[in-house]
Design a protein around this ligand. Structure first.
Ligand SMILES: C[S@@+](CC[C@H](N)C(=O)[O-])C[C@H]1O[C@@H](n2cnc3c(N)ncnc32)[C@H](O)[C@@H]1O
Length: 275
């Protein structure tokens, strides 16, 4: 899906319109709406103001610019510092992947939302062939410097998890601290795309913040942070894979100087082929 087709689909669902209802409001056929959402065609530019009004949004948001600016601005600034905001120590999930699927043959890893690149660099240093993306330019620049410092070659690029879809397969898809940016209606589609583009016996290693009725939103609740996932929701998307690690942990956090708690679901799952 291109950005506008995907956004029309998402906004139509969010507003509770059928394709027929939206078509009627705009004076077009429902087939036209269906074609926009399937990306066979795009709406005429003269329809954009009316589309934005019907959805109660801006033309920028319709074209996919607003969300990108919001999320990138938050980390874009934080990554400008010379210090590594997330440190340079890899996540424990990297060690788990190394244990489950060691690179005894050439294996491709994708790190989605790689931030400043600490996990991508870990994988590359251990012999994996790594691609990694983030929405921020400053994060990607810093990640490239980290890779250079460690003498590893990584395919870093800028992309938005909301509209970037895989077209080739990876042995490992790794995503840490990012899935909470996915709005509910896009979660199934993105994870299906990742599952389909995971090689047989490949691994997906993912984590996500989840809602608990007894845990309040953090005091430094960040803009562009979509409502949290339900506890266990991530695991359900992978019901047909083998679970190597499936856990929910509540932990203390002191970001912003105010003590609070987070709850996180972690899943490391293997794509088994049928016997
Ligand atoms: C909590 S940090 C985690 C970074 C990295 N995975 C790590 O563990 O060090 C969240 C990252 O998600 C990135 N991000 C936020 N929204 C994104 C989006 N829509 N597409 C891609 N990356 C995004 C941010 O720029 C940030 O680097």
């Amino acid at each position: 899906m291109n950005a506008i087709g995907k956004n029309i689909h998402t906004l139509r669902k969010q507003n509770g319109f059928t394709q027929e209802e939206l078509a009627c409001k705009l004076g077009v056929t429902y087939q036209a709406v269906s074609k926009w959402e399937n990306c066979t065609t795009a709406p005429d530019i003269s329809l954009l103001p009316e589309l934005a009004t019907v959805f109660g949004t801006s033309i920028d948001a319709l074209l996919g610019y607003a969300a990108e600016k919001k999320t990138s601005a938050y980390y874009e600034e934080r990554y400008k510092d010379t210090e590594y905001y997330w440190g340079v120590k890899p996540s424990f999930m990297c060690l788990e992947v190394l244990r489950i699927l060691p690179p005894e043959k050439p294996l491709r890893v994708l790190d989605a939302g790689c931030g400043e690149g600490k996990d991508a660099v870990f994988f590359a240093k251990n012999g994996y062939k790594v691609s990694a993306f983030d929405i921020t330019g400053s994060g990607i620049e810093k990640a490239k410097r980290l890779a250079e410092r460690h003498g590893v070659d990584i395919d870093f690029f800028r992309a938005d998890i909301l509209d970037y879809r895989l077209e080739k397969k990876f042995d490992v898809i790794f995503c840490s601290g990012v899935l909470h940016y996915l709005p509910e209606e896009q979660r199934g589609e993105v994870l299906e795309n990742w599952k389909r583009h995971t090689a047989d016996s490949g691994v997906n290693a993912l984590n996500v913040f989840v809602e608990k009725p007894f845990i309040q939103n953090p005091p430094d609740h960040e803009p562009g942070h979509f409502p949290s996932w339900h506890s266990g929701e991530l695991f359900g998307h992978y019901h047909d894979w083998r679970f190597e690690r499936c856990e929910e942990v509540i932990f203390d956090c002191n970001s912003s100087g105010v003590p609070h708690k987070h709850c996180m679901d972690t899943l490391i799952a293997v794509k088994e082929t049928a016997l």
